[in-house]
Design a protein around this ligand. Structure first.
Ligand SMILES: Nc1ncnc2c1ncn2[C@@H]1O[C@H](COP(=O)(O)OP(=O)(O)OP(=O)(O)O)[C@@H](O)[C@H]1O
Length: 301
């Protein structure tokens, strides 16, 4: 079996609160799993258990077949960016941080220097190599955190909100890096509230709510399963109230143009027949998105 991460039945209680209630996750090489859920759903608690930072009350974690809770050395397979920029030393420079963490995780000094400089360039932090972390902007600190997690070239990356607070260009760069890392065979678990980022990056999605996984599947499958058929219908001119009265009975919605139709293609044809001779500007199938899936599952629509 080629699972990089295999977590089964994870449970964690804080007093009387069951924060994580039987969560199982698996990740193979080259996969990006978006781990989504509303605030307080249990994402960070789960990730901390995966990263060996919290002891589970139940369940098991295996990183390439080894448990980080029984054998901390298993953590060498893992790189994590958790809680923004807290995994770096503020009074050390960007380069010193990277070299320090590289050596701490088993790299030789020279190799750590080379790898650190390459990562700084890749993340456009080369000019800040000798700047103390406390003098970097938040976004730069966030990027440096990612570089720290990548120093020892781990097989599994746990990224908690990796693009939060980054400017557009940096966010796209980090997104590109995540994609490339997956292409080179890394397994990546990503949490984010930016659903469009998740949709672009993730091969699979898992949604957690109140400590339980409520939906899991391949991204295109979920989008297909959950998104209803939506069409946008744009007329050259607004429809008259008389026309609208009739068309609404056929399922036309919205105060357009554009108007919206939700339903199958037979219904759409009936509607387009009834619209004649009104000139049409455009009829297009609306793209389904992850937001729609998320709202349907989490029930906040
Ligand atoms: N150390 C702790 N002590 C007590 N309760 C905690 C602790 N850590 C987390 N919790 C609680 O566990 C639940 C899950 O929190 P968690 O941080 O895992 O959620 P999350 O899904 O990461 O949320 P967010 O999207 O807001 O970051 C919340 O109700 C939280 O208040």
């Amino acid at each position: 079996m080629n699972a990089v991460l295999e977590a089964t039945g994870l449970r964690k209680r804080f007093g009387s609160l069951v924060a994580v209630d039987g969560v199982s996750l698996h990740l193979a090489a080259g996969e990006v799993l978006a781990f989504l859920g509303p605030n307080g759903a249990g994402k960070t608690t789960t990730i901390k258990m995966l990263a060996g930072l919290l002891w589970p009350d139940g369940g098991q974690v295996q990183l390439l077949g080894q448990s980080p809770h029984q054998n901390p050395w298993a953590l060498r397979h893992l790189g994590a960016v958790l809680e923004g920029n807290r995994n770096v030393y503020w009074r050390m420079t960007a380069l010193e941080n990277l070299v320090y963490f590289g050596v701490a995780r088993g790299l030789r000094y020279q190799a750590a220097q080379r790898r650190a400089r390459a990562l700084l360039e890749q993340l456009e932090l080369g000019a800040k190599s000798h700047t103390e972390v406390r003098h970097l902007s938040r976004g730069m600190q966030q990027k440096l955190s990612l570089a720290v997690a990548l120093m020892h070239d781990p097989e599994l990356l746990l990224l908690d909100e990796p693009t939060l607070g980054l400017d557009v260009e940096s966010a796209l760069r980090v997104e590109g890096m995540v994609r490339e890392l997956a292409q080179t065979g890394k397994a990546i678990l990503l949490t984010t509230h930016q659903l469009e980022v998740a949709q672009r990056l993730a091969s699979r999605i898992a949604i957690i709510q109140q400590g339980r996984i409520v939906l899991e599947g391949r991204t295109p499958e979920l989008l297909g399963r959950f998104a209803g058929e939506h069409y946008l219908i744009e007329t050259e001119t607004p429809l008259s109230p008389a026309q609208l009265g009739h068309l609404r009975s056929l399922g036309l919605e919205g105060e357009g143009p554009p108007y919206v139709y939700q339903g199958d293609s037979d219904g759409l044809w009936r509607l387009l027949e009834a619209l004649k001779p009104t000139p049409l500007k455009k009829v297009a199938r609306a793209e389904a998105d992850l937001l729609e899936v998320f709202l349907k599952v989490v029930g906040r629509a």
